[in-house]
Design a protein around this ligand. Structure first.
Ligand code: HEC
Ligand code: HEC
Ligand code: HEC
Length: 120
């Protein structure tokens, strides 16, 4: 193989690597597509994360102004008492769903059993 061709392959390899790691990083920073928020007394909540990101046009702070972008953080903050039980539910989930419904916009559920779905 000529030196030029070898060089070309090496360059292509690094271009591929860069694109690949960028795509990985992007997938990671968006967080999980679907998040199961662990149950306390109530059944667990299965939360469509990416669907919300899309509907809310990537306004991450619609939720993440209250808690950081880390897995399991809601529960951790409740244990550390910097968030209280149901604060996210009432202050974020239900508040937005109710406000949007009242404004006649497409909204999420407000009935307990539509979010707290008992697993079979
Ligand atoms: C409608 C509410 C909401 C919006 C909007 C939202 N998130 Fe999240 N996000 C959550 C919840 C709930 C969790 C789970 C926290 C937990 O597990 O305690 C979470 C967790 C995460 C995590 C941690 C990893 C994981 O998947 O659990 C990342 C990263 C993240 N979000 C990124 C983002 C980014 C980036 C945006 C904006 C493009 C965004 N989120 C918009 C509610 C939201
Ligand atoms: C839009 C979705 C949604 C709806 C509707 C909803 N919840 Fe929740 N609920 C959550 C989320 C998410 C959490 C966990 C985060 C937190 O504590 O704020 C939670 C937490 C809770 C908790 C504390 C944790 C536990 O399991 O003990 C209770 C109690 C609760 N919900 C009761 C209710 C009741 C009663 C209703 C109906 C009046 C209801 N929820 C409706 C999403 C919802
Ligand atoms: C700022 C507004 C906003 C916040 C905050 C928000 N939602 Fe929603 N949610 C919506 C809208 C709008 C829809 C309906 C449109 C759609 O499907 O994306 C929706 C739909 C849903 C649905 C139904 C999805 C389906 O496919 O039927 C669930 C479940 C849900 N939300 C749970 C939650 C939970 C749990 C939280 C809190 C962690 C939350 N939402 C916070 C706006 C919000």
């Amino acid at each position: 193989m000529s030196k030029k061709l070898t060089c070309l392959f090496i360059v292509l390899f690094f271009v591929f690597l860069a694109v690949f790691s960028y795509a990985q990083q992007d997938a990671e920073s968006k967080g999980a597509e679907i998040i199961v928020i662990e149950k306390g007394r109530m059944p667990q909540v299965t939360f469509p994360h990416h669907e919300h990101q899309k509907t809310l046009e990537n306004n991450c702070n619609a939720c993440h102004d209250l808690f950081p972008k880390q897995p399991g953080i809601i529960k951790q903050l409740i244990v550390r008492k910097t968030l209280y039980n149901k604060q996210v539910m009432n202050g974020k989930c239900l508040k937005c769903h109710k406000d949007r419904k009242a404004a006649g916009k497409k909204a999420g559920p407000t009935r307990c059993s539509r979010c707290h779905v008992r697993s079979k």
